[in-house]
Structure formats: C-alpha cells, structure tokens
Write a protein that binds this ligand. Structure first.
Ligand SMILES: NC(=O)c1ccc[n+]([C@@H]2O[C@H](COP(=O)([O-])OP(=O)(O)OC[C@H]3O[C@@H](n4cnc5c(N)ncnc54)[C@H](OP(=O)(O)O)[C@@H]3O)[C@@H](O)[C@H]2O)c1
Length: 314
C-alpha cells in the first residue's frame, strides 16, 4: 500500500533507522517521535516521549499507522541498564500510545515485543500459543502485549528474536570476542536461542505496517535456524579463526527459546533473507573463515522437525 503516513517511535534506534529508510523508499511518509530536539531537525521529527502522554497528540495527528519500536536498553554513563525506565516505556508508554491512537483515530498500530515472552520447555518449538514465561524481567513485554490485545485497535505484535547485524549490541559483543579471541559459552550451552538479522526484522516491520488488509496478529520474527548457545558460540569462534574459551560465561538470563517463524511467513508473506547466523555474519570484518556447516540432524531434531520452512503450518 503506497502513501501511508507512519508515526514512528524509536526512529533513532538500530532498528528504527532501517525501518524509516525502507518506508520512505517505498513511498510512505514517516513522522519520527524523537526525544532530543537535535534529532528532530536531522530526522524531520516531532519532539516527545512515549512516557509523557501530553507530547503525543501533535506526533500522531493525521497518521494512518503508528509504530512502537522504542526501547531503553542502552547502558547509561555508568555502564548499567535502567530496567525501570525500560519497563515504564513498555508498559505505561504502550498504554499512553494506544490511548492517544484511539483518541486521534489512528486505527492501526505495530508494536515490537520479544520472542522469548513464551518458553514452552527447554527443547520444544514455540509456535505462539504456549503459556507466557514466568520471569519478572519479561512482565513489561507481556504487559505491552496485553495492552495491545485489550486496546480495541487493529494491532500487530512482532516478537523479535535476538537482533544481530551491523550496529546491534550483539554484533558489537561478537566483534569484541573476536578481537580478544575470547568466546565463552553461557552455562552448559544447551539452552536454545532464536536470532534474527536486523535487516530481516526491519523488512518484517515494513511488511506488517503496509500489509493490505492489515494483519491483526501476534507473530514471531526469527530466522529459520534456532540453535543451542554452545553450537552458536563454537561456530562464531571458528568463523573468527579462534576457538572456545575453556571458562564458561554465566548461564543465559533468557529462557531457552526455540521459536518458529511459520506464522509470520504465512500471515505477512515475509521470509528471512538470512536464514541463519551463518548467512548473517558473512560480511562482518572479523569473520575470517567461512562459517562451519550446520551439524547433521540430531536425534532430537528428528523427533521435532523444524516448522520454519515455506508453507509449513504452525
Ligand atoms: N535488541 C534486541 O535483541 C531486541 C530483541 C527483540 C526485540 N527488540 C525490540 O526492538 C525494538 C528496537 O530495538 P533497537 O535495538 O532498535 O533499540 P535501540 O537502538 O536502543 O533504540 C531505541 C529507540 O527507542 C527510543 N526511546 C527510548 N526511550 C524512549 C521514550 N521514552 N520515548 C520514545 N522513544 C524512546 C530511543 O530514542 P533516543 O535516541 O532518544 O534514546 C531509540 O530511538 C524495541 O522495541 C526492542 O524492544 C530488540
């Protein structure tokens, strides 16, 4: 659909910048919400804050769709993440956004959640209808989804996998590991992780924003090949020309999450261009050797085949 006016929160972010570029290239108008006046000039944005409801009307007025791609996970000057600020943004910020959209007649909203809000078990594929993971740090993302479901608006919730690719925190950590030749496996390495390249995430956001008719759904946006942390770290180390450190890192804070993208393939017609991390890191400056091939089918994969294939139903 051409010619939408899109209100974008998170426009200065790693993901938001890519989404704005793609939307404009496709002929849509983008109206960023920015917190700093200096960013407003550069991005042609409106100054405001999702946690300050009075600042939202001028930004949203006359828009067709609103996008919530804001997060507050960048560490502050002391190197720490202010989790309370991030929780407020996901919970109250989302509520303010949806109320303002309802008031101003912005009927469609795309919001970004995380692919690990659900965790069926350590091994099983997560297809989207499993119970929510019971971890306190996930409650604000779960509240975001509850606000969307109860808003009465047409909402599309995209549960993103861990983002990697140029500019992301994960890729910066991998580059630092390559430089130091220090690759540590979290815990026993058996927990699953579901990744998505940031360019594929941006493509999915654009697909959800412009879909005609709008897709009211909750969908995971992850690549085709979730894998165990141990397998990922071993492969990354080999790609950097190094090896695993014998010292383990602390176990992952995230639950084990092995997530299917079948719903997004089906409903959005989206598919990742980077099917696995092997495709996604190929251009990284630290990637010296070609990534090793995936291991051959393991016993647990035969019992639980991948649902991430064109045409596979969740
Ligand atoms: N990183 C991951 O692995 C991952 C995984 C799944 C989902 N996600 C989701 O992906 C989305 C984008 O992540 P990202 O990596 O692009 O984040 P990012 O680079 O840290 O950017 C965050 C953006 O949010 C804006 N922001 C922060 N507080 C705000 C507030 N109170 N009101 C309005 N805007 C505010 C920031 O603006 P300023 O420039 O003013 O700070 C910035 O534009 C988020 O919804 C995040 O939850 C990320």
């Amino acid at each position: 659909m051409v010619g939408l006016t899109v209100a974008l929160a998170g426009a200065t972010g790693v993901l938001g910048r890519r989404v704005a570029t793609r939307l404009r290239a496709a002929g849509h108008r983008v109206r960023p919400l920015v917190r700093q006046p200096a960013d407003a000039a550069g991005l042609d944005g409106i100054v405001g804050d999702l946690t300050a409801p009075d600042s939202l009307a001028r930004w949203l007025d006359g828009c067709d769709v609103a996008l919530h791609l804001a997060t507050a996970l960048r560490p502050g000057a002391d190197g720490r993440i202010d989790w309370a600020r991030n929780d407020a943004l996901r919970d109250l910020g989302t509520a303010h956004l949806l109320q303002a959209c309802a008031r101003l007649g912005v009927g469609r909203v795309v919001l970004q959640s995380v692919a690990f809000v659900q965790a069926p078990s350590d091994e099983a594929w997560c297809r989207g209808d499993e119970p929510l993971a019971d971890r306190p740090f996930l409650r604000s993302a779960q509240r975001l989804e509850q606000h969307a479901a109860g808003s009465g608006l047409a909402t599309g919730v995209l549960r993103g996998g861990l983002l990697y690719g140029p500019g992301t925190a994960l890729s910066q950590a991998w580059a630092a590991s390559a430089q130091a030749d220090d690759w540590r496996v979290p815990g026993d390495g058996r927990a699953f992780v579901s990744l998505v390249h940031v360019d594929d995430m941006a493509a999915a956001v654009v697909a959800a924003t412009t879909a005609q008719p709008f897709v009211r759904d909750v969908m995971a946006i992850v690549d085709d090949a979730p894998l165990r942390w141990g397998e990922l770290l071993r492969g990354l180390a080999a790609t950097a020309g190094g090896g695993l450190s014998p010292a383990p890192a602390p176990p992952p804070t995230l639950p084990s999450f092995r997530v299917s993208n079948a719903q997004a393939r089906l409903r959005l017609g989206w598919a990742p261009r980077h099917a696995s991390w092997r495709d996604g890191v190929a251009g990284e400056p630290w990637a010296r050797a070609p990534p090793p091939s995936p291991r051959t089918t393991r016993l647990d994969d035969r019992r639980s085949p991948s649902p991430n294939a064109p045409g596979a139903l969740p």
